[in-house]
Write a protein that binds this ligand. Structure first.
Ligand SMILES: *Cc1c(COP(=O)(O)O)cnc(C)c1O
Length: 401
């Protein structure tokens, strides 16, 4: 599983931290760091291809915002494009500009209006903006006209019920007329976003989908022909085949993670992100000894405790204190004591364990798996937050490219 060329290239940089763990020779960080994330490029590529083939829409936009959901912006974008993604989606102008700087030239949709001051950068990068407010539409039109050249394609976002961003229904006609009248703008897309797609069968989704169809009909009635109508995130791509329109917009499922509700169960989607470390110190504790800040865990009996050089600054959130689980030498071992910024402790019982042994924080070892879904359920959150919380200082090592 973990023997891609990038790994082989990186092994010579491994820190000599003692005897290797079971698969230590096959992987390692690209720097002198005992904590690293591996990103399975083939998994993102295959997940993208599967979703695109399964969808009723002729095109797929891969959401790569937030550093490719924590997988690395460029790694995720290239893998998705290799898997057939026609578009990429980002939250910020700087994310889109970073894609362009990396030489990625597929169409990029900006999911929300940036501040007006970002319009020049947006146009320089050739991004396609979401638009919904009269002020932004006017500023974008003026900037596009001032630059000359063809009109700038916009994706007008209709609020069909999420009440976050988008044009509220009472203003749909006005917004459509504004775009139609703007010499610097062209209506490339019309779109919306679902609030409860991760709860299949929810009546609110039916209402939103119907509202979106009304918006499309309104646009057509005004003589507008948006090239791309789109509504579906991962959950809706998996569960609402009749609402795919011209483009689906999955994010989390591309990374093989569940949007919630177990929607990826039984699919070939597989997780791309793994988080590894190595034991940096191993010591014996006597019964009654406590560990870490606040002394919040006490050994009930004599035991071996290992130190792992990964902490909340690496994305192992402090809420996992006395709740998280890792894999060491093929066995599940609990995180014990307060998670620190840079380190955490694990109870190894009476196992033989040595400095340098591989610790799996997310991923597989010895046929067992710790998943982002496990973390999410322990923490009362969602896989999205687990993945995007992996710290910027954790090197992302692409494997199986
Ligand atoms: C993030 C995002 C998506 C992708 O959502 P997933 O639930 O990750 O599939 C799609 N559309 C918009 C507008 C988004 O912000």
């Amino acid at each position: 599983m973990r023997t891609g060329p990038a790994v082989a290239d990186a092994t010579h940089l491994l820190e000599g931290t003692g005897p290797p763990g079971p698969r230590a020779a096959a992987a390692g960080p690209p720097a002198q760091r005992a904590t690293w994330a591996e990103v399975d490029v083939a998994a993102i590529r295959a997940n993208t291809a599967w979703l695109r083939a399964r969808s009723n829409a002729p095109a797929l936009l891969a959401a790569v915002k937030a550093d490719g959901y924590g997988h690395g912006l460029e790694i995720a974008a290239r893998a998705a494009v290799a898997g057939g993604a026609d578009w990429l989606g980002v939250a910020l102008v700087e994310e889109g500009a970073a894609l362009r700087a990396a030489g990625i030239d597929v169409p990029v949709l900006l999911f929300a209006e940036p501040p007006v001051a970002a319009i020049p950068a947006l146009l320089d990068a050739g991004l396609t903006p979401a638009a919904y407010s009269p002020a932004f539409l006017a500023a974008l039109d003026a900037a596009a006209v001032a630059r000359g050249g063809p009109p700038v394609g916009v994706h007008l976002k209709l609020d069909t019920g999420m009440r976050r961003v988008g044009v509220p229904p009472a203003d749909w006609e006005d917004a459509l007329r504004r775009v139609r009248a703007a010499p610097g703008l062209a209506l490339d897309g019309l779109w919306s976003h679902l609030a409860v797609a991760d709860e299949p069968g929810h009546p609110f989704t039916v209402q939103q989908a119907a509202a979106f169809r009304r918006g499309l009909a309104l646009a057509r009635g005004l003589g507008l022909a948006p090239r791309l109508a789109h509504l579906c995130n991962s959950a809706a791509t998996l569960t609402l085949p009749d609402e795919h329109h011209d483009l689906v917009r999955p994010g989390i499922a591309l990374y093989g993670l569940d949007p919630g509700g177990g929607l990826t169960a039984g699919t070939p989607l597989r997780p791309a992100l793994a988080l590894y470390s190595r034991l940096s110190l191993v010591k014996r504790l006597a019964a009654g000894e406590a560990v870490s800040y606040g002394l919040r865990w006490t050994a009930a009996r004599a035991t071996t405790v290992g130190t792992v050089p990964a902490g909340y600054a690496d994305g192992v959130t402090r809420a996992l204190t006395n709740r998280g689980m890792v894999l060491v030498n093929g066995r599940e071992r609990p995180m014990v004591g307060t998670i620190c910024m840079d380190q955490l402790l694990v109870d190894l019982g009476d196992d033989e364990a040595r400095v340098g042994d591989e610790v799996v924080l997310l991923g597989e070892q010895g046929g067992r798996r710790v998943s982002a879904e496990d973390w999410a359920s322990r923490l009362g959150t969602i896989t999205y937050e687990v993945a995007t919380s992996i710290g910027a200082r954790v090197p992302r090592v692409p494997v199986r490219a």
